[in-house]
Ligand binder design. Structure first.
Ligand SMILES: *Cc1c(COP(=O)(O)O)cnc(C)c1O
Length: 367
């Protein structure tokens, strides 16, 4: 059995250390906003190559706080790719803004060519999702934002450590957001998130907003909320960040192996291989492929003991009736008929990849 994701493995990879870490923190009673959180924030900023990182409660709150700190106000329109988690768009809605959904390109990321047609006098920002561990075409997005005087934010929930022209995901615009949900590349033992920024004033606002509007002296300066990253989660993340570059290399070698074993199959469309282009360092948060007869393939693999996942319940944001979008985005819709994600995490072995690829080949030989 190869599960799509093995949550217990997160613990078992370093069990003794995690137990000691929990004991240390609990014995000190250091639960909220203590040394480990500050240390983690410093290390995270250093790792991403930006001035500031702020830990928050989760990746969705991270977007809400980042948008608000960055100056988004009710009535603003924010351009988002519909091929994303609903959280990207719902965060816009929660600050009173309107998410305006656009189609994805061939690379499954926001299509820069579709953005300009969606710009109105109320457009304030573009919020690309750096999906599956791969960064969007930032040169084009920067050019559009400059031309139309729009703010740029990034939902980098899936892309901590991914690079574009040697710059890290989350550091391109006003602010970028990260998620530490357990199944993310840097996962904690519950919910967690962070915001990256290079702007001192935005940083100050983020810190106020995540802690009831309170400044360092405890004075309330504005309406805020409680969106703090637990100290215990910060301690776990601080430890995991040390070996994170290694984890990313493991993911990249799994991606290279999938590519080598499946690339000749005309029934499939694979993500680019790790070394396919000089401009990007992809971190493979997910290994999402397009496949002919996708549903039958999923059933077949399940019978052979291989867990797979169709991202976000199989629908793009604009396809959820309850959200009231009434539009058609052909490329995104076609993608959701064909996409499926194969096991991709540090608990997957090369032997697992061999087995999975063998079964995929068998499916297309016999079906
Ligand atoms: C996981 C994810 C989020 C939300 O993060 P949470 O920590 O679960 O709130 C937002 N956007 C994208 C693209 C994600 O993958």
């Amino acid at each position: 059995m190869i599960p799509y994701f093995n949550y217990k493995a997160l613990y078992h990879q370093d069990k003794e250390l995690f137990l000691a870490l929990f004991d240390n923190i609990a014995e000190r009673g250091a639960f909220i906003a203590c040394e480990e959180l500050h240390q983690f924030e410093e290390e995270l900023a250093r790792y991403a190559g930006c001035k500031y990182a702020v830990g928050v409660s989760d990746g969705t709150a991270a977007i809400i706080v980042a948008l608000k700190a960055g100056g988004i106000v009710p009535g603003d329109e924010i351009i988002v790719c519909s091929h994303t988690m609903v959280a990207t768009a719902s965060a816009c809605a929660w600050v009173g803004a309107h998410p305006v959904l656009v189609d994805c390109g061939e690379d499954h990321l926001i299509d820069p060519d579709k953005i300009e047609a969606s710009i109105t006098p109320r457009t304030r920002a573009v919020l690309p999702t750096q999906l599956n561990g791969r960064i969007s075409d930032m040169d084009s997005l920067h050019a559009i934002c400059r031309k139309h005087q729009l703010l740029l934010f990034e939902d980098a929930a899936q892309a901590l450590g991914a690079r574009y022209k040697n710059q890290s995901a989350g550091t391109f615009g006003v602010a970028g957001t990260i998620s530490f949900y357990p199944a993310k590349t840097l996962g904690c033992f519950g919910d967690g998130g962070a915001i990256l920024t290079n702007d001192e004033e935005v940083y100050r606002k983020i810190k106020l907003l995540r802690d009831h509007g309170r400044n360092d002296k405890g004075e309330v300066e504005c309406w805020g909320l409680n969106s703090r990253l637990d100290n215990l989660q910060a301690a776990i993340l601080l430890h995991k960040l040390k070996k994170y570059p290694q984890d990313l290399e493991t993911r990249r070698s799994l991606a290279a192996a999938y590519h080598e074993r499946l690339n000749d199959m005309h029934e499939l469309l694979l993500p680019p291989a790790p070394d396919s282009g000089g401009e990007r360092y992809d971190i493979y948060q997910n290994y999402e492929i397009e496949a002919d007869r996708r549903d039958a393939l999923k059933t077949f693999l399940a019978k052979e003991g291989v867990g797979t996942l169709i991202q976000w319940g199989g629908k793009a944001v604009h396809q959820w009736k309850g959200l009231g979008f009434n539009q058609s985005l052909p490329r995104t819709e076609r993608l959701f008929e064909r996409c499926i994600m194969l096991p991709m995490n540090t608990a997957v072995s090369m032997a697992d990849v061999d087995y999975i690829c063998e079964k995929i080949r068998k499916f297309y030989r016999t079906n």
